[in-house]
Write a protein that binds this ligand. Structure first.
Ligand code: SF4
Length: 705
């Protein structure tokens, strides 16, 4: 822009929306960012950015930024108060609830949008300091399934890939993933692939990615697990296997073989809606590929048997030896910019640095790294997100601290979630904006700085630590979440315990100490300047790596398991299978349509908390809700494109405009998750292993409004 040309310096920071982790060059004048351009030298995006990244600065300027602490008065209005009074109110309310109802009666919900150091601080402050046992992240809504699947299959939550694999494969399989929309820069990496690759897309919708595929597999919603078992059966039957890899690096092949033998192509064709020929063709393409990569996102993760589905994908990569080599892998693409930071450092499901709460030696190691008493480290993980909400329902949880997330919009079965928020004795919302759906329920609002107004590290989908930089002043009295946590520690009486936690880089040093000897060891990183200089650094990067490398500069692209050694003690991965479970809600005469939800556009992010603030991004997306329905369904309802329709599920009823389109099949419909009303319809059902909500299968009725 004209302004950016007048900048007096530039610096590179990682984008704060999605897990791609693009590098953005910020043009700075007098200490304030005045423009940005995609960073051409950053190894992730190579000079590209999607509209959200381009507009990252604009959304910081919104009128509804939270700029001063506010509390809810007895007549329901929000009134300003000082930070001093706000922090005293917060601590006294939470302490009095704990005194009356027990320590476990207060909890927190956080985010995958904060830097790792802030996640580490929040987890340590609450769970090792404030005696708050229960807290979870909104990463439960996007990545919990992949975490559980990897941990059980590999022995560690270890996504094995690097983005270069998009360009190295000769066969890419996308399952429940629409990177054209969800991860557009990663899709650009696919387009750079010079191998003329097969691109197989397994998805009920004819998504933008499916339209570009060489083979779209339009299966019935949530028949993916049986389809993957049928493909596995074909691979085994035709001996399209890497038998030496199976023999030397895995457990459970015989069990896998006998389990999937029941899933012959003909019978799965009947249940999945995919022809037997297509099942065999896809298996043959995988079996004949020299470098096959399998990629999944929310179509798998957000489903009631997501963990086993993800493991069915992992099984295929393992038995065909497609792992640890260029262009291969069973690869979960994460959602949020720091979903992986949450997985590693939030101390909710996993103990600080992916240790185990239930192992005394892990608790001791973490306590030593943090210089905390070992008794301060609990021996159990937190309740999951859904269990915390159930705790509100039955009176176990009475105080809640919500940090940079918006459950009143994003949680499944929304009316119920909002009713639960209203039951709380005290709800604290810490956010950049005071207009979120969740903030409307708050008793206390703490104004937070956003992306670009603070520093720390994000970890992207390929395990790359990248730098978030402070290039602007936050508005009014808004503080970095890090500083809010530091202040809460002080007002709670924990200032001495957290004396070392003075700034994000000092917490990064603590994280490094805790990581030593684990698969995510980052002890070889010199510090923030080193990460910046190297264009991000993928974990692991150990002190030994640093000592043996040239000038401590890691290779730009590194993948895991190159030698076939996984993270279990014997180095072998597990092939895991399970019985298929029936759909929790099947369309019937009253609710005959299966509703799918998901990301609808490249220009909006999640609940639109930030992206709705950009006039440019708003122009790229319909303001009012719409629902995709097939022309045959539209015809039987007497509905034309653009007509308003009423959509009703067993949970609620909403109105949206009909978008008549062949992207969905008859009997199915799709609504973007970005609209406030969408989750009034969704069914509260969860993967039993990961407790991730199943957003992809709700039966609805659609009528002309
Ligand atoms: Fe890149 Fe994702 Fe940011 Fe878009 S939102 S610029 S794809 S990191």
């Amino acid at each position: 822009t004209h302004e950016s040309l007048a900048a007096d310096t530039t610096t590179t920071a990682v984008c704060g929306y999605c897990s791609t982790g693009c590098g953005l060059k910020l043009h700075v004048r007098d200490g304030q960012a005045v423009g940005l351009t995609p960073e051409t030298d950053y190894p992730v995006n190579l000079g590209m950015a999607c509209p959200k990244g381009w507009e990252a600065l604009r959304v910081l300027e919104s009128d509804d930024r939270a700029t001063v602490p506010k509390r809810r008065s007895s007549d329901g209005d929000l009134v300003e108060l000082s930070w001093n009074d706000a922090l005293e109110l917060f601590c006294s309310k939470f302490k009095s609830i704990q005194a009356k109802h027990g320590n476990d009666s207060v909890a927190f919900l956080s985010t995958g949008q904060m830097p790792s150091e802030e996640m580490a601080f929040l987890g340590a402050l609450t769970r090792f300091g404030m005696n708050i046992r229960h807290g979870d992240g909104n990463t439960r809504q996007c990545m919990a399934t992949a975490v559980t699947a990897y941990k059980e299959s590999f022995g560690f939550d270890a996504p094995p890939f690097t983005y270069d694999d998009f360009e190295q494969s000769d066969c890419l399989v996308f399952i429940g993933a629409n990177p054209c929309i969800g991860h557009p820069i990663l899709w650009e990496r696919v387009l750079r692939n010079k191998n003329n690759p097969e691109i197989i897309v397994i998805d009920p919708r004819r998504t933008e990615t499916a339209m570009a595929a060489t083979d779209h597999v339009p299966l019935n919603p949530k028949s993916d697990l049986s389809l993957l078992y049928a493909i596995t059966n074909e691979l085994i039957t035709n001996d399209w296997l890497d038998r030496s890899f199976i023999r030397e690096h895995t457990h459970g092949f015989e069990q896998l073989r006998s389990h999937v033998a029941r899933f012959d192509a003909e019978s799965v064709a009947r249940s999945s809606g995919v022809s037997a020929d297509q099942i065999r063709r896809v298996a043959a393409k995988i079996g004949s590929g020299k470098a096959v990569s399998l990629w999944w996102t929310m179509g798998v993760n957000q489903s009631y048997e997501g963990t086993r589905t993800a493991q069915a994908i992992i099984n295929i990569a393992l038995i065909t030896g497609n792992i640890g080599r260029p262009g291969t892998g069973a690869n979960s693409i994460t959602g949020q910019c720091n979903a992986m930071g949450s997985r590693l450092w939030s101390s909710t499901t996993n103990l600080f640095g992916h240790h185990r709460f239930d192992l005394a030696e892990d608790r001791k190691k973490v306590a030593e790294a943090l210089h905390f008493p070992v008794e301060s480290i609990p021996s159990e993980p937190s309740w999951s997100y859904d269990r915390i909400l159930e705790g509100i329902r039955n009176g176990e949880i009475r105080g809640l601290w919500v940090v940079a997330t918006n459950p009143a919009h994003s949680w499944i079965d929304q009316d119920d979630a909002r009713e639960l928020l209203n039951r709380l004795d005290f709800l604290v919302v810490q956010d950049m904006y005071e207009s979120t759906e969740t903030a409307r329920h708050a008793d206390l609002i703490l104004p937070a700085a956003g992306w670009g107004e603070k520093e720390g590290t994000f970890i992207n989908s390929e395990r790359r630590y990248g730098m978030l930089k402070k290039v602007r002043q936050s508005p009014g009295q808004a503080l970095a979440d890090f500083q809010i946590f530091r202040a809460v520690a002080h007002y709670w009486g924990l200032g001495e315990r957290f004396a070392e936690w003075t700034d994000p880089e000092s917490v990064f040093r603590i994280m490094q100490r805790a990581s030593v000897g684990s698969p995510c060891d980052i002890s070889g990183i010199e510090g923030y300047e080193h990460i910046d200089r190297c264009g991000g650094i993928q974990w692991p990067w150990t002190a030994a790596d640093a000592a043996t490398s040239n000038d401590n500069i890691p290779p730009i692209q590194r993948r895991l398991f190159a030698d076939g050694t996984f993270c279990y003690a014997d180095g072998r991965a597990k092939l895991i299978v399970d019985e298929i479970t029936p759909l929790p809600e099947v369309p019937d005469d009253t609710y005959p349509v299966m509703l799918l939800t998901g990301r609808g556009t490249v220009s909006q992010w999640h609940t639109q908390t930030r992206t709705s603030k950009s006039p440019v991004l708003r122009k790229l997306y319909p303001k009012d809700p719409y629902i995709e329905i097939h022309s045959s369904d539209a015809q039987s309802m007497g509905v034309f494109n653009g007509d308003l329709v009423r959509i009703t599920s067993r949970r609620g009823s909403i109105v949206a405009a009909a978008m008549v389109t062949p992207t969905v099949r008859p009997g199915q419909a799709f609504m973007p998750m970005h609209y406030e009303t969408t989750n009034r319809l969704t069914l509260s059902h969860f993967d039993p292993h990961s407790r991730q909500p199943s957003y992809k299968n709700s039966a609805v009725r659609i009528e002309k409004a």
